[in-house]
Design a protein around this ligand. Structure first.
Ligand code: GRF
Length: 199
């Protein structure tokens, strides 16, 4: 069976991208991370890509101020690497609709909460975990969902839950959820690659 070629978009640490790569080395999987696009030239994801010998591209509204150029550059990479799935992993920008359509809607994201709760504009990073704790939620978790042009609103594909402890700080909760993300995201992409999750 032909491997599912995955393009990762990341803006900062890229630990989820690393988890995808590590999983595909340790387990039998039918996907491979082919390349990285980042909007941030200081992203640690770039270091990770270098270490793994994975090509990376810095593409942002600074490198490509013209939106058509921006979109065409991403399309070129999709074609060059025969990309069949885009995985957003801490990408802090909305992906243009034209790109989503170009891969027939095969774009997924991981979010550090139990969507549809605690998603949408402004709900990223520590803001999410602060909001969960302030709302006195008993549980939180990680969600993998399809991406459309509305933040965190696409169809939910899979979730993992964690209990919120009475003494949790946003930082402690974030750490537990990130560890969960590192398990969930590769599992979901593996299932997509073997046709167990259809998107
Ligand atoms: C993760 O919590 C992810 O859910 C969110 O941004 C964070 C990215 O972390 N979208 P990393 O860059 O993969 O380490």
């Amino acid at each position: 069976m032909e491997k599912l070629n995955v393009l990762v978009f990341a803006s900062h640490s890229g630990s989820n991208m690393q988890a995808l790569i590590d999983y595909s080395k340790r387990h039998y999987t039918n996907y491979q991370v082919k390349c990285l696009i980042t909007n941030n030239s200081n992203s640690f994801a770039i270091e990770r890509a270098k270490n793994e010998n994975i090509p990376y591209f810095h593409i942002s509204d600074k490198t490509h101020p013209n939106k058509i150029d921006f979109i065409n550059e991403i399309k070129r990479i999709i074609d060059n690497f025969n990309i069949k799935l885009i995985a957003l992993a801490g990408y802090m920008k909305l992906l243009p609709n034209e790109v989503i359509e170009y891969v027939n809607g095969r774009v997924i994201n991981i979010h550090p909460a139990l969507l549809p709760k605690f998603g949408g504009p402004g709900m990223y990073g520590m803001n999410v975990h602060k909001a969960v704790i302030e709302s006195k939620e008993k549980e939180s978790g990680a969600t993998v969902h399809l991406v459309n042009n509305d933040y965190d609103k696409g169809k939910i594909l899979a979730q993992y839950k964690v209990d919120v402890h009475p003494d949790d700080t946003p930082e402690k909760l974030a750490e537990r959820i990130l560890a969960l993300e590192h398990k969930l995201y590769p599992e979901v992409i593996h299932k997509i690659s073997i046709g167990e999750i259809i998107i």
